[in-house]
Design a binder for this molecule. Structure first.
Ligand code: FRU
Length: 581
């Protein structure tokens, strides 16, 4: 899929070159002068609209920075209207230039014409208010707030025009969408990266400045920085950008920075390895080492690293997260990890049976942890897969983040592994619970309307104890006969999710409808924690030993559950449903 993504980029680069190269008369450029008469400028668009480039100028200044790629539609064929906030420009004249289309249907309105609570909009997961998102970026805790920047296309619902969108939360569950913080410039689009709190003012931007370190993705990928002195609400780009470049690398991105002992350490995805750099001031970087040749999965270039100092039984251990796309055990995007040691310069992996995956589901990618958090490793990923993320059936926004998860090291009898359980904040968001139900299943048992009234957004806990060796499991069902089936196979030691009948499945040929499989350790009983939020299922087994994140798009919310047992019987105990608020 990366291939498709890169070719899209190449197409858009070629496209802009073509626009620049053509003589003016042939440019099919439309210009319109308008007076800002209401808060939002609205530009009609649709995913299948024609590719065009939008520029807004006011008093000789470009309002959007670089021209933005849009999928232009007419007022009649618009699937959505791109909202551009002009609150502080009321009454002024703006020139709208559209290369590759006409500006006739651009208009102003006081409200954004969109249905915020559209069918699949999650209730307790982060989504952008409008437009596309992929990776979480700039994740850092500061002064009582969790900061979540994100790969954002504010001008459409597919991957393009990468900016850093911005959101904050006090509880990791409820997010406030804020204005964009970093926009593309002459160095390129703004790709993934991280933020740090510069408590000692090492960079000279001020004590406790939040400093964002991101990839400027133009003809080359280089690293740049920007800082904020107003609690992450606005950022100023450093005039010395880029701060790190190496023409030898084409794929050179996704800097994750942390203060380690006596310096800043950057983990950077460089082709198929991770390169570590060190710095005293976030501006001057020197190479420390490389890691990754000949170890782990190299099915694709490496992306979005994160180096974590963890502990197991009082002993320090280091974990390195690395995302790859494609190459997942179930297809498409996936995150692998390594466990070992870091001496301030080099990372050495313990000899383990790599690749190890952080999540065996197909919808958890590019995840990293929040910086500046004492004693916890709080992880969030992008809850989608590059195989089909541009086509999922939402309208005004596209894609969500996973729930926040707490990472820890555990031992499985053979070796250490990385467990992910829901963060404590997820439990705090569980509000009302149903009376726990116990049932003994012979063949099939159906609990109708168990999740009725939860409107497709709930948490569920239960303990499953099978008897005999047959397969068993449960289906989340709706009244349309659609279901998502979770099936344990004790003989194989696996759990599979079958989403072929889960609802909408034909929005992309690459939406995975073959069974999605995860190994599960042998146990007498399994404690299950399942979070369903409109279009997502996140399953945690035995305290996060297994984690399985997968999206589904039922045409109506799943409101009942059916247990099945091909073996002697199955006990489903303490089946409890929680309202999540
Ligand atoms: C991962 C990724 C990153 C890149 C970003 C671009 O999903 O490809 O490597 O920085 O997305 O949006």
């Amino acid at each position: 899929m990366k291939f498709r993504f890169l070719s899209a980029l190449i197409v858009s680069v070629l496209f802009s070159v073509a626009l620049v190269a053509q003589p003016r008369a042939q440019m099919n450029e439309s210009k319109r002068e308008m007076t800002v008469s209401a808060r939002y400028m609205l530009v009609p668009a649709a995913d299948n609209g024609s590719m065009a480039r939008l520029t807004l100028t006011m008093d000789g200044e470009s309002l959007l920075g670089e021209p933005q790629t849009i999928r232009l539609a007419s007022a009649e064929s618009a699937a959505y209207w791109i909202p551009i906030d002009m609150a502080d420009k009321m009454g002024k004249k703006v020139t709208v230039t559209i290369a590759g289309g006409v500006a006739d249907d651009v208009r102003f309105a006081d409200l954004i014409p969109m249905e915020y609570d559209e069918q699949y909009r999650p209730k307790y997961h982060f989504t952008p208010y409008f437009g596309w998102t992929n990776d979480p970026n700039g994740m850092v805790y500061h002064d009582g707030e969790w900061h979540l920047a994100f790969q954002s296309n504010p001008y459409g619902t597919t991957h393009s025009n990468m900016h850093w969108g911005n959101a904050v939360s006090k509880d990791l569950i409820h997010w406030e969408n804020l204005p964009l913080i970093v926009a593309p410039d002459s160095l390129g689009a703004i790709f993934s990266g991280s933020s740090v709190v510069d408590a000692n003012n090492t960079a000279g931007f001020g004590k406790d400045a939040i400093v964002a370190i991101y990839t400027s993705a133009g003809r080359m990928q280089r690293q740049s920085i920007a800082w904020s002195n107003d609690r992450g609400r606005t950022f100023t780009k450093y005039e010395g950008n880029p701060v790190l470049a190496d023409p030898a690398h084409r794929d050179y991105r996704d800097p994750k920075v942390a203060w380690i002992d006596d310096k800043w350490v950057m983990s950077l995805a460089t082709g198929e390895v991770i390169t570590f750099y060190g710095s005293k001031d976030l501006k001057n970087w020197e190479k420390l080492s490389e890691f990754g040749r000949g170890i782990g999965s190299h099915a694709a270039v490496w992306e979005c690293p994160d180096l974590l100092r963890m502990e197991y039984n009082g002993e320090e251990k280091w974990v390195l997260l690395v995302s790859i796309n494609p190459g997942g055990p179930n297809g498409g995007s996936v995150t692998q990890y390594f466990i070992g040691d870091f001496d301030g310069k080099e990372f050495h992996a313990d000899p383990l049976p790599y690749p190890l995956w952080i999540d065996w589901g197909v919808d958890n990618y590019a995840g990293v942890t929040f910086g500046n958090v004492e004693g916890r490793h709080v992880f969030m990923g992008w809850m989608s897969n590059w195989n089909y993320s541009n086509f999922t059936p939402t309208r005004y926004y596209r894609n969500a983040m996973t729930l926040p998860r707490e990472l820890s090291l555990k031992h499985n009898g053979n070796h250490l592994f990385l467990a992910s359980r829901p963060a404590a904040e997820v439990y705090a968001a569980r509000k009302q619970a149903t009376e726990p139900v116990d049932i003994k299943v012979k063949g099939k048992a159906y609990i109708g309307d168990l999740m009725d009234g939860f409107d497709g957004a709930y948490g569920m806990t239960m303990r499953l104890t099978p008897k005999g060796n047959g397969e068993y499991g449960f289906r989340l069902c709706n009244s349309l006969g659609e279901y998502a089936e979770f099936r344990f196979d004790p003989a194989e030691g696996t759990l599979t999710l079958d989403r072929s009948k889960s609802g909408k499945v034909d929005f992309s040929e690459r939406y995975i409808t073959t069974p999605i499989v995860t190994p599960v350790p042998e146990a007498k009983s399994y404690e299950l924690e399942l979070y369903v939020d409109k279009h997502s299922t996140e399953l945690f087994i035995n305290d996060g030993d297994v984690v399985f994140t997968n999206c589904v798009f039922p045409n109506e919310p799943y409101d009942s559950i059916e247990f099945f047992s091909d073996g002697k019987s199955l006990k489903a105990e303490d089946v409890t449903v929680y309202k999540m608020e």
